[in-house]
Design a protein around this ligand. Sequence first.
Ligand SMILES: *Cc1c(COP(=O)(O)O)cnc(C)c1O
Length: 365
Amino acid sequence: MPQLRIPGPTPCPTEVLEAMGWPMINHRGPEYEKIIHEVTDELKQVFQTQNDLYILTGSGTGGLEAAVVNMLSPGDKILSVSIGAFGDRWANIAKTFGANVVSLNFEWGRAADPDAVAKAIKANPDVKAVLVTHNETSTGVTNDLEAISKVVKDAGKLLLVDAISSLSSIDVPVDKWGCDVVVTGSQKGWMVPPGLAMVSVSPEAWKAFDKASMPRFYWDFGKAKSFLEKGQNPWTPAVSVVYALSVALKMMLREGLKNIFARHNRIGQMTRDGIKGLGLSIFADEKYASNTVTSVAIPEGVDGKKLRQLMQSEHGIVLAGGQQHLDGKIFRIGHLGLVSEDDIKELIAALKITLPEVGFAGIKQ
Ligand SMILES: *Cc1c(COP(=O)(O)O)cnc(C)c1O
């Protein structure tokens, strides 16, 4: 089986994949009620939150749209803090639904500066909410969410967080940092196939919900809340993915959050060291380099597409390319969820063989 080293979908443990084949049940019956309550409680442990939490059937982007349409009204001014493709996507969703978006964009590869966020809020005292990407998967950068959240909450603004590629793998203490709406997705560090977005909603977010008038139907948090009280979802959920999540969560809680975060930290560092050891460089500002995805600058004269093709055909390792203007400029290594030191050793060894075949003369011995 190829080693899937892209930042989602990620490899799944066999037990998780087997759960995808369990028989169907009535999603309005007692078995589903039991499983949805159990999974929601376990998710709250990983989110480190006592806030309400909903499992939505859809990809992560659906969760981002849900955050926007449930919190805002058309014409509301919001601050979008973007450091890459996913931050830009979220701002676009907000614009699509009529928000008045003030953009604070940082150079791709860099982290957001919390002081600049504070200044932008000061310059726009009427912003209602701040949209932040915790871990920007397109550039391999993890923002200092703790510092940003402090600035946003000190200013009394609603904090909406895209933690799709961090939560589950990197520490995101939702309550401690005062994050109002936090979104993640099953196919990232959760070791689960695609199909679910998980979203937490704070009491302050519920107050915003009461006033929010953007059009919404499928993503309505109000419906999610009233149905969860009955142990159901408003619409037919991706039952098989919920099964898979129930198995993965048990594995995660057995490993322990601290151990999971430490493993990602270790493997992130090991990946960066391995890449630099080959004579390549990290695209991201290393101070903020992500422990779930590493972006590697493609050196002059190297054909990045060919590199990825050979890595897959000769070594069975699947890497991700760059998005938008980073296409051909970087490649990305996903190391989130089911990943071990041995996986990274194998990957670095394969790169060492492949790089000279695609025109890289700088390999270190
Ligand atoms: C993957 C990802 C998304 C998009 O999620 P989909 O499940 O592909 O819709 C959004 N934001 C971040 C940070 C991501 O990593």
